[in-house]
Structure formats: C-alpha cells, structure tokens
Design a protein around this ligand. Structure first.
Ligand SMILES: [Ca+2]
Ligand SMILES: [Ca+2]
Ligand SMILES: [Ca+2]
Length: 275
C-alpha cells in the first residue's frame, strides 16, 4: 500500500514537470498569427523612413550585387531584392531626418527580406542621437541548437532582434525600452531625437550571445548574400502595437550553462563577455 502511494506520488510529480516545460517563455509569434507584433509596411502608423546611411561595413561572404545601401533608404518594398546585405558580421548605420522620437508605443520598425516565417537572419539594433554613442536594445535568444544555412528559427523563442518577421513586415522597437540604460540616463543618447539606427549582423554559429548570456543561433553558414538583409526602417514616433499582440517582455530563464558568462534573468543587469 505504501509502495503504491509512493508510486502514485512519483507519477504525479513526473507529469507535473512534463506539463511545465523549463523554457515556458514565449515571444511574439510570426506575422499574421494571433498575438504577433509584426507591423505591415503599409500600416498608416508610418510617417517616415530612413533618409540616408553611413558607415556601411561589409562582412564576409557577400557578392557585389547585394552591396547597394541606397536600397535601404525610403519605404519598405517587401521584396527579396530591394535590400542591402550586410554580409556575415557586417553592419550599417541608417540616418533619420527628421529624428525618431520616443512617443507612446513603438517608435520605429526594421524590415528584413526573409521569404518565410522561419529562415530568419537576425541583427542587433542600436540607436544614437550623436552618431558616436550608441545604445543596444536588450535581446533574448532561446534557440536551443545550431541552425543550418537552410534551417529554421521559432519566432516565439527570439525577442529584441531585427529580422523576426518575413518580408513586408517590420519588427517594432520602442525607445522606452532603452530609457534606463546608462548611456541614456547620463545623457549621451537622447531618445527624444534619435538620428542614427545601427543594424549589426549576428553571426549565428554560436559565437554571439544575447543580453542574458544565451548563445544566439541563426542560419549558418549562408553564402553569397550572407548576413542580415535590410529592406528599410520605418518611423512612427510612437504608435500602438497591433490589437491583441503580446508586448510585455517575459522574463527568460537564466542560461543553463554554468561558469562566468554573466548575470542574467529578469534583473536587467548583464555583463558583456569579452572574448
Ligand atoms: Ca516609444
Ligand atoms: Ca542574407
Ligand atoms: Ca528597400
């Protein structure tokens, strides 16, 4: 009898853990799905687009045909070709005249050219009001394993990166999310007049980490147009997220690896690992 009770107890415990997966964190799903924060390029909230660029630093594995930064100026095209590729590990700084302002809600949205909802190339997003001091949006990647060049990402496992959604749909960013960063609090970055947005390609082979020290995976290796493909950056200066969208940021679990990678979790405090 005692043994039966014990057995029952362990069965209950087993199913409890089965029903409560360790990584029960879910971010905005793909464009078109319920709860998605994806913003369509024809959304009336857009009042302007990037007006220029500077500091186009080309990464590796990038053919000449994809190296035209002018394709990222102006309205999003939603196509595969009206883009500038960054190359593996490349970056570009887009400029804004007039500046992007921190209004109520999301303030700008970044468009990539992915032709589906899962073969997604990711980039860090950084903003500046003087072109010298940049602050990066916090980001989370809970993708558990390396992803091949034609592999898939789960949109609900990534947050705070450009490139979350397929072509024609922008990933929105709210400048209020960086309002507590040191660069902003000390006045080096003024989120009421952002004139530079820098897009930094993430090399998804396991060498990049997110704000909470998780390893970031994205399709790797890719060739000829490697890296993030920027179609456009649209400006709203504050607009509501789509009805019913999931905008609160769930607290990710700290990374499972041990060691000295840094502090994580929901503290908002993190340490960059120097390689
Ligand atoms: Ca805002
Ligand atoms: Ca690419
Ligand atoms: Ca474009």
């Amino acid at each position: 009898m005692k043994f039966q009770l014990l057995k029952m107890f362990f069965i209950v415990v087993f199913f409890f853990f089965l029903a409560t997966p360790a990584g029960a964190v879910s971010y905005s799903p793909a464009a078109g799905q319920e709860g998605s924060t994806a913003i369509h390029m024809d959304d009336p909230a857009f009042i302007g687009w990037a007006s220029g660029y500077e500091s186009y630093e080309i990464g590796t594995d990038l053919d000449d045909v994809w190296q035209t930064p002018e394709y990222a100026i102006g309205k999003a095209s939603g196509t595969s070709y009206d883009i500038v590729s960054l190359g593996r590990g490349g970056r570009i700084t887009m400029t804004f005249d007039p500046p992007v302002e921190n209004g109520d809600g999301w303030d700008f949205a970044v468009f990539e050219n992915s032709f589906n909802d899962y073969n997604l190339e990711l980039a860090f997003v950084e903003v500046s009001s003087n072109g010298i001091d940049f602050v990066r949006f916090d980001n989370v990647s809970l993708t558990p394993d390396p992803v091949s060049g034609y592999g898939s990402l789960d949109t609900t496992s990534i947050n705070g990166f450009a490139g979350k959604f397929r072509q024609g749909y922008g990933t929105p960013f709210d400048l209020a999310d960086v309002s507590e960063k040191t660069e902003v609090l000390t006045g080096f970055v003024d989120i009421s007049q952002i004139t530079y947005v820098r897009i930094v390609d993430i090399i998804g082979d396991g060498t990049s980490i997110d704000s909470t020290s998780h390893v970031i995976y994205d399709p790797y290796p890719t060739i000829s147009s490697a890296g993030f493909d920027l179609d456009a950056i649209g400006v709203s200066n504050g607009a509501p997220y789509p009805d019913g969208s999931v905008i609160e940021e769930p607290s990710p679990l700290p990374p499972e690896q041990d060691g000295d990678a840094g502090l994580g979790g929901s503290s908002g405090c993190f340490i960059f690992t120097i390689y």
